[in-house]
Design a protein. Structure first.
Length: 333
């Protein structure tokens, strides 16, 4: 398979978070056929990380995630682009990393490995398990792959996922004064949250907040006894500062349930690469045992998670060379 065939073959296998087993088996068989030693590291009943290496002391690992966001969108392509779920986030990146690793191998560089995790799009469960793998302590550098436009990301924002829940009292909608609307409470809280002044940082930029989910109530003719909203905050500071601001905004009118939290990360800078700070987060905060982190990958985050996701074929080809040069720079070849 060439680079584009490997990308589309990976994309043909549905792997929405929680359903990565089949794509893991595909990579195990493909890499084993190339002569790599491959482990499937169990994460849950039907989820396993894929870890591959050429010798017992790999110093640099290329890494990204196996899972995608829903829905499954099968691949299509034209002369310039590959379209579909996972094109840039992150199956095209997997393919470019494998081709880079094979090119390094041809050049006699074998101190390398591949790490592909599950559940990155949800809670990074795969990364948390991978962090305890024995090879982590042998790794000096971890080159993670996310769509960075082939720039070397030297920083990424943190991620704070939470729910705001409110309770009320059900009543017949014809007599609303007999009840207490949880939805009205929630709307008032969210309005206050939207007006908050959130922290900024000279390196990472501004904190951003997205109200991504709202649910609640029973029927249109019932005063709603419960409601909740799902929020996702891209942090530039420690969690405690954001949590304090939110607690003051909620002011006892509801309950805050923290779903996950990862801190902003500064990453290694390497001369010779175009560099920037990205707004999204990755598995890197949960892979602290895998040496110094770096972040680079083909594609734009602006089309990831959308129905029009795509990656330019020329960017995938360029990424192969960038990974090769980056590994060689780190190993000083």
């Amino acid at each position: 398979m060439n680079l584009f065939e490997l990308t589309t073959n990976l994309m043909k296998i549905p792997s929405v978070s929680g359903n990565e087993e089949a794509v893991g088996f595909f990579l195990r068989d493909y890499l084993t056929g190339l002569g790599w030693t491959v482990e499937l590291q169990p994460v849950s009943a039907n989820q396993s990380n894929v870890i591959a290496y050429l010798n017992d002391t790999p110093r640099v690992f290329l890494s990204t995630h196996l899972d995608t966001v829903p829905p499954f969108i099968p691949p299509t392509e034209d002369e310039e682009k590959i379209y579909g779920r996972g094109a840039c986030d992150a199956k095209g990146i997997i393919a470019s990393q494998i081709f880079a690793a094979e090119e390094l191998r041809k050049q006699g560089i074998s101190d390398i490995g591949l790490l592909y995790t599950v559940d990155e799009e949800q809670s990074s469960a795969g990364a948390k398990v991978a962090n305890e793998h024995p090879l982590a302590k042998k790794c000096e550098y971890l080159i993670n792959g996310e769509p960075t436009d082939n720039d070397l990301a030297i920083g990424s924002k943190g991620s704070f996922r939470l729910k705001v829940k409110t309770k009320g009292k059900a009543a017949h909608s014809a007599y609303p004064e007999m009840g207490d609307s949880a939805i009205v409470k929630l709307l008032d809280i969210l309005q206050d949250i939207r007006q908050l002044e959130l922290p900024t940082d000279e390196f990472f930029g501004e904190t951003t907040l997205n109200i991504g989910l709202i649910s609640g109530g029973l029927e249109t003719n019932v005063v709603p006894p419960f409601a909740e909203a799902g929020l996702h905050i891209r942090m530039v500071t420690a969690k405690e500062k954001i949590a304090e601001i939110l607690e003051k905004a909620v002011d006892g009118r509801g309950e805050i349930e923290i779903m996950s939290c990862s801190l902003p990360v500064k990453m290694l800078q390497v001369d010779g690469f175009k560099q920037k700070v990205v707004r999204f987060t990755t598995d890197i905060p949960y892979l602290t045992n895998w040496g110094q982190p770096l972040l680079l990958g083909a594609g734009s985050i602006l089309v990831a998670h959308t129905k029009n996701e795509f990656v330019l074929k020329k960017d995938l080809t360029e990424a192969v060379g960038l990974y090769v040069n980056l590994v060689k720079s780190l190993l000083q070849f």
